[in-house]
Design a protein around this ligand. Structure first.
Ligand SMILES: *[C@@H]1O[C@H](CO)[C@@H](O)[C@H](O)[C@H]1NC(C)=O
Ligand SMILES: *[C@@H]1O[C@H](CO)[C@@H](O)[C@H](O)[C@H]1NC(C)=O
Length: 402
């Protein structure tokens, strides 16, 4: 219902401003508002699509057909509908319905996938439906998903996350939650909390991958299993010798200080020099994302680190490590084609015209995606991943029903 109302509201702009039509809209809006309060969850899925489905041909987008890409540009300009956190919280209040609506009861996996469980550490703080779509796109009943939501998250978002954990047996909320600030130790702690819980889980996962709410996969579960097997116990992450500027971050104490509205707080350098790290450890720099073996996590506190990158090895840049494809504004047209969505803090939020490039670049995940910037791209990636999952699944399919 809510969705229909929204599309009516959007369409209103095109209507001739005749009093009659305005009146009709008002009556309809009132009707919708009234209904959105009294509708049972079971009516939500039947009456409307909570995740808007756009009438677009994704194969044509992938083939960069100018007409279809043009259509996606129009949609992104005027037809973007936000899926509210409340609706996910509400839908998950009836798990049978939620699982049915989102297809969790019809997931098919190969024996290979079943024998190779993957763990996920999801550090998220907003856009509940994107978190659900991320899990949905990577879902296998044999995997395990840990969600760390921010202590600062809204109550609606939190109840949607709790709802997901309630409805999906292999999704859980971390036992310890941090108040996460960008670029501070709290960001790392959030992942560590999940990693520690994941180690304690019954699922004997082989690798762990961390994700944030604006990531989206470029490979399906069956492809990820095959890629992870190829790593042969090695980890995959960016690791480079730090620049002198970056060295300051770990040679001086930093303190969280109030910052602009967007970040709230940021680590700021003090004059206090830190003690050097113990055991003659040499610090390398990378990014927030990793693919780590179970053995690595198990040994994180002990001596010796399976899958390590020896100190003598050359740097592994973010483009070599396939954990996360990020398009930096200042490297566009030098290293990769321009961004067709928009930029935020010099990072591209992808648009539909980049679908082919994204899927063929070779990375496993990309950042950033936002349904408010380009809803078509996310819809088409979902479709393409489902297609690839089917294509790569060989024999020995087991389908999970209810
Ligand atoms: C949940 O949804 C199912 C399927 O639509 C429906 O049959 C059932 O009555 C609902 N349960 C509750 C408690 O609303
Ligand atoms: C690391 O070791 C500490 C102390 O022994 C333990 O409490 C924690 O769970 C370990 N963390 C991981 C991720 O293994």
């Amino acid at each position: 219902m809510t969705l229909r109302c929204l599309s009516l509201r959007l369409r209103r702009k095109q209507f001739l401003p005749s009093i009659l039509s305005l009146l009709t809209i008002c009556v309809l809006l009132l009707f919708c508002v009234k209904h959105s309060y009294i509708t049972e969850p079971s009516h939500i899925a039947m009456d409307m699509q909570i995740i808007p489905k756009y009438n677009i041909d994704c194969s044509a987008i992938y083939d960069m057909d100018p007409v279809e890409v043009g259509k996606s540009l129009l949609i992104k300009k005027k037809d973007v509908v936000e899926s509210k956190d409340e609706s996910l919280a509400y839908l998950t209040s009836n798990c049978t319905l939620f699982r049915k609506y989102r297809g969790y009861d019809n997931v098919c996996v190969t024996e290979e996938e079943q024998d190779f469980p993957i763990a996920y550490s999801l550090v998220v703080h907003k856009s509940a439906w994107m978190v659900e779509r991320l899990i949905n796109a990577l879902y296998s009943p044999s995997n395990i998903y840990c969600i760390h939501y921010d202590q600062k998250s809204s109550v609606q978002f939190i109840s949607a996350m709790e709802g997901l954990a309630q409805c999906l047996p292999n999704v859980f909320i971390t036992s310890k939650k941090e108040s996460v600030y960008y670029a501070s130790i709290s960001r790392l702690k959030a992942d560590l909390n999940c990693l520690s819980d994941l180690l304690g889980s019954e699922v004997k996962w082989k690798y762990v991958i961390n994700l944030c709410g604006q990531d989206f996969p470029l490979k399906s579960n069956v492809e990820l299993v095959s890629e992870l097997k190829k790593l042969n116990g090695r980890n995959m992450l960016e690791t480079s010798r730090p620049t002198p500027a970056k060295k300051q971050r770990f040679t001086f104490h930093h303190e969280l200080k109030d910052a602009s509205f967007e970040y709230q707080k940021l680590p700021v350098k003090t004059e206090y020099v830190k003690n050097p790290p113990p055991h003659n450890i040499e610090v390398f720099s990378g990014n927030a994302y990793f693919v780590l073996s179970r053995k690595f996590i198990e040994h994180m506190n002990a001596s010796g680190v399976p899958g390590e990158v020896p100190r003598s090895k050359p740097d592994i840049t973010d483009l070599m490590s396939k954990t996360r494809l990020v398009k930096w504004q200042y490297l566009e047209e030098q290293l990769y084609p321009p961004c067709t969505g928009t930029h935020v803090r010099s990072v591209c939020i992808y648009g539909a015209a980049e679908m082919r490039w994204l899927l063929n670049y070779g990375h496993w995940f990309a950042n950033k995606f936002d349904p408010k910037v380009d809803p078509v791209l996310i819809q088409c990636l979902e479709e393409k991943l489902k297609e690839k999952q089917k294509l790569f699944q060989s024999v020995s399919l087991t389908c999970h029903k209810g």
